[in-house]
Design a protein around this ligand. Structure first.
Ligand code: GAR
Length: 191
């Protein structure tokens, strides 16, 4: 598979995917392109350091469709056949989803459909949940929404802050994202 990764920030999930590909754990795959919509994203330096082609494509006042069209064109040029959103904090347009049917996946730090959107861990703690987790899912036009591929439950511990809970879940995110891509690759190889 040729994988494209979209980021907006730190890029730790992106790094986990690139490392799994580079050590051969995700076999027969390459990360063909990383795109950030934010020039200041820390993940940019990480992807470049790992030798992956990396572009910044800012929205710059354009419509969502125009911004997405530029990203779609760069991904298509490189024949990307799986797009992983990894902390990409924008809603994709319908045209993006249509351009890559069943090929766009996302990770979110909750057990979806519970707690989509921002400030996930704050809301989980405020609700007194005993557990939370992370989800890898196909992307549709709604925020943090679409068919679930894999989920991992993570306990909420007494005394957790949003930061401690986020860190515990993030560790599992890195593992879960790689597992989900391996699953998709196995399914594609069967076809
Ligand atoms: C991750 O926790 C990811 O699940 C979350 O943003 C973080 C990005 O971290 N995504 C969302 O909340 C999507 N709604 P990273 O840049 O270090 O991978």
């Amino acid at each position: 598979m040729k994988i494209g990764i979209l980021i907006s920030g730190r890029g730790s999930n992106m790094a986990a995917i690139i490392e799994a590909v580079q050590r051969g754990e995700i076999a027969d795959s390459e990360v063909a392109l990383v795109v950030s919509d934010k020039p200041a994203a820390a993940g940019l330096a990480r992807s470049r350091a790992k030798g992956v082609e990396t572009l910044v494509i800012e929205r710059r006042g354009r419509s969502r469709e125009e911004h997405d069209a530029e990203i779609i064109s760069e991904l298509k040029k490189r024949d990307v056949d799986l797009i992983c959103l990894a902390g990409y904090m924008r809603l994709l347009s319908a045209s993006f989803i249509r351009a890559f049917p069943n090929k766009v996946i996302n990770i979110h730090p909750s057990l979806l459909p519970a707690y989509p959107g921002l400030n996930t861990h704050e809301r989980v703690l405020a609700a007194g949940e005993r557990s939370s987790g992370c989800t890898v899912h196909y992307v549709d036009e709604e925020l943090d929404h679409g068919p679930v591929i894999l989920q991992k439950e993570v306990p909420v511990l007494p005394g957790d802050s949003p930061e401690t809970l986020a860190a515990r879940i993030l560790q599992q995110e890195h593992w879960l994202y790689v597992e989900a891509i391996k699953l998709l690759e196995t399914e594609r190889n069967k076809k």
